[in-house]
Design a protein around this ligand. Structure first.
Ligand SMILES: Cc1cc2nc3c(=O)[nH]c(=O)nc-3n(C[C@H](O)[C@H](O)[C@H](O)COP(=O)(O)O)c2cc1C
Length: 256
């Protein structure tokens, strides 16, 4: 499955069959996690499989879209709570999501999972303790909590109980920065925007805007602006990954 196929097939899955991952699947996830963070200086990822207990209890307060059910495993991502860290989290996490999709696993980002007021958790929080306790894998607590301000988010994964369905997407014209003519987009840019339409975003807000912009000759330069709102910077990293994968050419981003 190529990446564009994976983008089309990916739908957020909140209800899982409850089946544990096989040893082979776990090994695949571990390998894909390693690939997704290779060369990534901002983001760390930690795989955690349920040990048969109510792992999804940690997820049940999260969703406006229906509760998470029988989540068999998740990957927790941690990064500095900076704009760069949050964008890198979205980019690396969505790299993982598409790779997992390509391997037949269903996923859902879960932004509210380990939420406190500042959307970070400390090693002392009850939620963190619950995560560590319910994980069948040894959890490297230091790796997740070593910096003073860490942002944490989860990606749930497993096998879907029901097939997912495509989300409603804004038209491309509504995902362009103000002043961009939707009828005068270069082909590579229009292709990239189709990827953006397929990108997941918290509460499906799609709060990121794109515009082609002048850059050095022979480059494909894109200006990216988030319009604020829930997890906008994480959504931005996710949408950038979709853009560059769908555009089919090397892309330079200029961030507003
Ligand atoms: C950063 C991020 C955080 C998200 N957090 C949650 C969440 O806490 N609970 C949930 O049910 N869905 C969450 N989602 C999934 C979105 O609701 C979903 O991507 C959106 O509704 C579009 O649907 P689709 O992913 O099926 O295309 C999150 C998505 C992203 C990108």
């Amino acid at each position: 499955m190529d990446t564009l196929d994976a983008m089309k097939r990916r739908h957020s899955t909140r209800a899982y069959t409850g089946e544990a991952l096989t040893a082979a699947e776990r090994a695949t996830v571990e390998a894909l996690v390693a690939e997704a963070v290779a060369g990534e200086t901002q983001v760390s990822m930690q795989f955690a499989a349920a040990d048969g207990t109510a792992f999804d209890a940690r997820f049940d307060k999260v969703s406006y879209y229906g509760r998470f059910k029988d989540v068999p495993a998740c990957v927790i991502l941690a990064s500095p709570a900076t704009p760069e860290g949050l964008r890198a989290t979205g980019h690396a996490g969505e790299t993982l999501v598409l790779a997992l999709t390509g391997h037949g696993l269903d996923t859902c980002w879960a932004g509210g999972v380990i939420e406190t007021a500042d959307r970070t958790i400390g090693a002392e929080s009850e939620e963190f303790d619950a995560f560590v306790e319910h994980s069948a894998e040894p959890v490297d607590v230091d790796a997740l909590t070593d910096a003073a301000a860490r942002f944490h988010i989860a990606i749930t994964l497993g096998h879907a109980l029901r097939p997912g369905h495509p989300h409603r997407s804004k038209p491309i014209a509504d995902l362009l920065a103000d002043g961009t003519d939707p009828d005068a987009l270069p082909d590579w840019f229009a292709a990239g925007m189709e990827g953006v339409q397929l990108a997941p975003s918290a509460l499906n807000r799609q709060n990121v805007r794109f515009a082609p912009t002048a850059g050095p000759a022979e480059t494909h330069t894109v200006r990216v602006t988030d319009v604020g709102g829930l997890l906008a910077k994480v959504n931005t990293g996710v949408a950038m990954l979709h853009f560059e994968q769908a555009a089919g050419v090397p892309v330079e981003f200029v961030l507003d």
